[in-house]
Design a binder for this molecule. Structure first.
Ligand code: GDP
Ligand code: ZN
Length: 297
């Protein structure tokens, strides 16, 4: 049996995979044996695979190793974390949009870091404090400026040696941040529709960009459709960390925290330990899911 090597799939090239060998960092163009096409588990970008070497820079994928998770948009395997980028000005991203991204990221089960970018455009310290008051009890919040470079050193430590996906609306500075961390890295910010991309398979697939300090980031932003997952309204609370925690104290085990008596979430809302904006987002998303659910029946 020929020797097996290990590497990470960084992108597709037509029908072949580009695999970066883990020890030397050399790239191999690998074919996939037919059995992968017949089974449900095909290698994805992000997968660690075993391969045999056929010639100087060509190989054959033999085996996929322990895939930890799988994201659908972008399609990528074994992601370590979601970096949610947002801003308070230019554009003014609402807490509701931030909360929606957080639900999508929590639903995917991945650790989340919040980056508040364009710090240089804030006119008072209160703006940052207000934002941190809402989120920093539950998430790491890193204020940055891609323009002045402030705190980009902290961001490097977040990205280092991990596989990350970035999320956030257009214009918040996702590609500027990446270029600030690693000049020359590029993020595709415009989504090419499936239809336009048909026949040009390379355009719709995401690939991993490699940081020069170690680690990878998917080249297409995650969750950009902002479409809620297919879940029951009752499930939503599982993806609001503080509501999920408080629900233990509600009188009814199936409390929706809307108008039931003995609701601990409502109590914590009254003494401000659950933030009003978070609760409002919960209610708004709850109603969205209810509407969606009703339409389906
Ligand atoms: P993306 O759509 O999230 O990738 O956002 P871009 O990186 O394309 O940035 C959108 C615009 O915001 C560009 O004009 C950037 O120059 C600008 N920008 C990005 N980061 C900052 C920042 O920290 N401060 C300021 N003032 N402008 C920024
Ligand atoms: Zn309740």
């Amino acid at each position: 049996m020929s020797e097996r090597f290990r590497g990470i799939v960084v992108r597709f090239h037509g029908k072949t995979l580009i695999v970066k060998e883990e020890l030397d960092g050399k790239h191999f163009e690998c074919d996939m044996p037919g059995r992968f096409k017949r089974t449900k588990t095909k290698p994805l970008v992000g997968d660690i695979v075993e391969f045999t070497i056929e010639s100087e820079n060509k190989g054959i994928v033999q085996n996929i190793l322990n895939r930890r998770n799988e994201l659908s948009r972008p399609k990528i395997a074994s992601v370590d974390q979601v970096i949610l980028v947002t801003t308070l000005v230019k554009p003014e991203v609402s807490n509701y949009i931030v909360d929606k991204f957080l639900v999508l990221a929590e639903y995917s089960g991945l650790p989340i870091i919040i980056v508040l970018n364009k710090l240089d455009l804030l006119t008072s310290k209160d703006q940052l404090k207000e934002f941190s008051d809402v989120y920093s009890d539950y998430y790491t919040v890193i204020p940055t400026s891609a323009k002045t470079g402030e705190n980009l050193n902290l961001l490097i430590e977040i990205f280092r040696n991990k596989i990350s996906t970035m999320a956030g609306v257009t214009g918040v500075g996702k590609s500027s941040l990446l270029n600030g961390l690693n000049p020359g890295l590029k993020l595709k910010t415009t989504e090419i529709s499936q239809k336009l991309g048909r026949g040009k398979h390379t355009t719709t697939r995401s690939e991993l960009l490699e940081f020069n300090f170690g680690g990878y980031v998917a080249d297409t932003p995650g969750f950009s459709t902002l479409e809620l997952p297919d879940m029951k309204p009752e499930e939503l609370q599982d993806y609001f960390v503080e509501i999920r925690a408080a629900s233990e104290g509600c009188s009814f085990s199936n409390c929706s925290h809307i108008d039931e008596p003995g609701c601990h979430v409502k109590e914590l809302l009254n003494d401000h330990s659950i933030k009003k904006s978070r609760y409002n987002s919960y209610i708004k998303l709850y109603n969205e899911l209810k509407k969606k659910h009703r339409k389906k029946r």
